[in-house]
Ligand binder design. Structure first.
Ligand SMILES: NC(=O)c1ccc[n+]([C@@H]2O[C@H](COP(=O)([O-])OP(=O)(O)OC[C@H]3O[C@@H](n4cnc5c(N)ncnc54)[C@H](OP(=O)(O)O)[C@@H]3O)[C@@H](O)[C@H]2O)c1
Length: 327
């Protein structure tokens, strides 16, 4: 027997239950991982709430963790029992002591990367990788806008932008978060609870605005993001922390300056084992070299049994950087 989180109805954090289950053997193309640290991602709240409905109920939760391989499916030859691995794209069920994961979704952990560092960074870091190298290629010297800059994805983005020599303008919900984003490498910050985003972007760019906005806040920032873009700029809408953007009139893109709009997801960019190996190596090299720090605050490491409290904390906007569940 093992312990995991499941839920029988979608809803608030209180639907999550910590209970026993009987793990099955891995399928031929899977391996079984004993999780040592589990990544908490905002997307987990969308699945739990029903915004991204699970395939059926009761459902398991979570797609990211790091741990040790304990069993290997019959078709898997290149991964061995005892190996240290991490994953960010499993089927639902990573909020668990053990999880069966397709072997081609595993990244082998270099010695320099701890389980906690990997679980705190893989999903979020792969996201920054595709956003900065593929959705739009961020250039040295380029100025761009990135929302929720002190969050899990956000603090990695600040550090990555600095490493690329780019000037990230980060929005944040408090002055404390502004200081964190600045310390991580944001060029400038905007506290969107008391400053006007569009006015500040105009000021910071000498009236030019920016060529790309990365927006994971969604509904609350949608119009300000479009208004922060220079003509023919790119709006990258990649999340819904404040609620989804719906009912868009595409004529708006014309009115706001012949803008481009994309709504990307990690699973649409990192699709093969080779792509995962390359992107995770880039991320882990940055962490090992000290250019990207993903250490998690002690009060954001929650026991697996306290997933309810972890979700409440994340959704109350009280977290800085990444959070973990520890089995
Ligand atoms: N499309 C993809 O491939 C992909 C992949 C990974 C993550 N994401 C998205 O990226 C975003 C960040 O994910 P994360 O896991 O790192 O979470 P996070 O940024 O640590 O937490 C979300 C943050 O959003 C901000 N926020 C703004 N309005 C909010 C509201 N009404 N309610 C709650 N939070 C609000 C808060 O920061 P402030 O207090 O500073 O406002 C909060 O801390 C999420 O939207 C997620 O869905 C997308």
């Amino acid at each position: 027997m093992a312990k995991h989180i499941e839920f029988s109805a979608t809803g608030g954090p209180e639907v999550l239950r910590y209970c026993e289950f009987t793990p099955t053997d891995p399928a031929p193309d899977e391996v079984q991982i004993e999780n040592k640290a589990i990544g908490i991602n905002y997307i987990d709240t969308y699945v739990r709430s029903g915004l991204y409905p699970p395939a059926g109920l009761p459902s398991r939760l979570g797609t990211e963790a790091a741990g040790v391989v304990t069993k290997v499916g019959s078709n898997v030859s290149y991964i061995k029992i005892g190996e240290r691995v991490a994953y960010a794209q499993s089927g639902l069920g990573a909020y668990s002591e053990v999880h069966n994961v397709p072997a081609n979704k595993l990244a082998i952990l270099p010695d320099a990367i701890s389980f906690e560092q990997a679980a705190a960074s893989l999903l979020k870091g792969l996201t920054v990788y595709y956003l900065f190298y593929q959705t739009h290629k961020v250039q040295a010297g380029e100025t761009f806008l990135f929302h929720a800059a002190a969050g899990g994805v956000g603090l990695i983005a600040c550090q990555w932008a600095k490493a690329l020599g780019a000037k990230l303008i980060g929005t944040v919900g408090s002055d404390e978060k502004a200081n964190l984003a600045k310390a991580a490498g944001a060029w400038q910050t905007i506290n969107y609870n008391r400053e006007n985003i569009v006015e500040r972007v105009l000021e910071l760019t000498d009236g030019k605005k920016v060529d790309v906005v990365y927006d994971s806040v969604g509904q609350a920032t949608w119009l300000d993001s479009l208004d922060s873009l220079a003509p023919r700029g790119l709006m990258v809408s990649f999340g819904n922390a404040s609620g989804p953007v719906t009912g868009v009139n595409v004529g708006l893109l014309n009115q706001k300056g012949s803008l481009f709009l994309t709504r990307p997801s990690l699973n649409g960019y990192i699709t093969t084992h080779e792509e995962l190996a390359e992107a995770s190596k880039t991320l882990f090299d940055f962490i090992a070299s000290g250019k990207i720090n993903v250490d998690v605050r002690e009060n954001q490491k929650f026991p697996l049994s306290e997933a309810v409290r972890a979700h409440r904390t994340l959704e109350s906007r009280a977290t800085h950087g990444s959070s973990l569940l520890i089995p």
